[in-house]
Design a protein around this ligand. Structure first.
Ligand SMILES: Cc1cc2nc3c(=O)[nH]c(=O)nc-3n(C[C@H](O)[C@H](O)[C@H](O)COP(=O)(O)O)c2cc1C
Length: 430
């Protein structure tokens, strides 16, 4: 077994299809105590970073707020600034959109977080720019995919110029950036951040997204959480690094994964099945199907068979979700699965749509996580618990010690910055 140490991060379970709000153990998604509990647990587990996602508009389905979005999301950098005061080593990663912000303002906020936290800030650069989300903003949604990524790349370059603009002895130097998306000049308001540049995370799967990650990111948050899929994704993204003069170790690939533990394999499987049932109510099952079929399916019985009509493309049915790919192919795959195993609509959604879980005893899960790293399907994991905020307690108490015993995970923080946890060098100053 390889002894390459893995990286671990914690995703705060807010608005996503894995969170089970109906569970009696679920607490507030907005009170500081929830964020604090999860962050302190992650730091107790010596995790690399704590991760907050972003949603800039409540998603809608058939003109109504999507069930999963009822809880909304607070603004990430504000939450992380408060967490900086109650943690010491844990990295603090905020998802912030590059389409709806301005480089000067965002560079300033991330530099501030990096200074306040002693070098623990990370920026997950996302690009979603559908017109629906854009309606909340001055310019509206106006960028297609290619433009989103050219803007994101120039945005990041500009931010890096700003972070580098002060001299090493703390004197501001004038900067000027003249490009396609930004034309700005002046003086930056802060000295260079402790990490040089905050750690950059990328989460997007298209060709453009992968290229952007290879050219500019330190970490990729991926959805590829099966071994086979993960290996293909890992090889593809790492292969792209060479043309930017980067080595494979310069970019860490961390899929988002769920973990379900039990004292025996059977108990863990039972818990996982129960969690999937909680995550996929009959209404959620129909709603998921409608997102793929593009039509109202409310007359269908969630315990009955899948529709035999083909999907249509209706972008207005579901607003604010990222594209699901070729819906006709997905529908065909799901129908085949349902026929083969004799599954109802709800059972099919549970079987096909559930996010990959690592399920088993703590020993089995530790072994599986190690294998993913050994077989180059991941450099580490972003754990996505289904409970707020206690969903990581058991992992930290039962799996982390096993990984440590096996030499697969750190037993102490060696440095104080997020770059040092991730084994990333300080970026060269421009
Ligand atoms: C694992 C993962 C997590 C993401 N998290 C967010 C998020 O929190 N907020 C957001 O606006 N977009 C998020 N995105 C969307 C991406 O930034 C991107 O806009 C989207 O995937 C479309 O880009 P693509 O065509 O390159 O995949 C996420 C994407 C992935 C794959």
């Amino acid at each position: 077994m390889s002894r390459r140490q893995m990286h671990l991060a914690a995703h705060f379970p807010g608005v996503n299809n894995t969170t089970v709000w109906a569970d009696p153990e679920s607490k507030s998604q907005i009170e500081f105590s929830s964020f604090e509990h999860l962050a302190r647990t992650a730091e107790r587990g010596l995790f690399d970073f704590f991760f907050l996602a972003e949603g800039l508009r409540l998603r809608e389905h058939k003109g109504r707020i999507h069930d999963l979005d009822v809880v909304g999301r607070p603004e990430s950098i504000t939450v992380l600034s408060a967490l900086a005061a109650v943690t010491e080593r844990l990295g603090l990663a905020a998802t912030v959109n590059a389409t709806f912000n301005e480089p000067f303002e965002l560079a300033r906020r991330f530099a501030t977080l990096d200074h306040l936290s002693g070098g623990r800030a990370a920026w997950n650069v996302v690009t979603s720019s559908d017109a629906f989300t854009g309606e909340n903003f001055r310019r509206g949604g106006y960028l297609d995919r290619a433009d989103r990524y050219t803007r994101a790349a120039e945005f990041l370059d500009t931010a890096r110029e700003l972070w580098d603009s002060w001299t090493p002895d703390g004197i501001p130097r004038p900067f000027a950036h003249r490009g396609r998306h930004f034309d700005i000049a002046g003086e930056f308001t802060l000295p260079r951040p402790p990490q040089g540049h905050p750690v950059v995370i990328q989460a997007g799967d298209s060709d453009e997204g992968r290229e952007f990650a290879a050219s500019a990111a330190d970490v990729v948050f991926s959805r590829r959480s099966s071994l086979e899929d993960g290996r293909a994704f890992y090889a593809d993204v790492k292969r792209r690094l060479a043309k930017y003069g980067r080595a494979p170790g310069d970019l860490k690939i961390m899929p988002g994964v769920g973990v379900v533990l039990g004292d025996t394999a059977a108990e863990a499987q039972e818990r996982a099945a129960e969690i999937r049932r909680q995550q996929t109510s009959p209404q959620t099952a129909l709603l998921t199907l409608e997102q793929i079929w593009g039509v109202d399916l409310s007359s269908y019985d969630p315990d009955g068979p899948l529709p035999d009509i083909d999907p249509v493309v209706d972008p207005a049915l579901t607003q604010g979700r990222t594209r699901r790919g070729d819906t006709v192919a997905i529908a065909e795959k799901w129908r085949a699965l349902s026929r083969e195993k004799g599954l109802s609509i709800r059972q099919t959604v549970i079987e096909a749509g559930g996010r990959q879980f690592f399920i088993g005893t703590p020993e089995a899960v530790a072994t599986e996580l190690e294998q993913f790293v050994r077989y180059e399907a991941a450099d580490g994991f972003i754990l996505v618990p289904h409970l707020t905020p206690g969903g990581l307690d058991e992992f930290v108490d039962r799996v982390v010690p096993l990984l440590q015993e096996r030499g697969a995970f750190r037993t102490e923080y060696r440095g104080s910055t997020l770059r040092s946890h991730l084994g990333l060098p300080e970026p060269v100053r421009n």
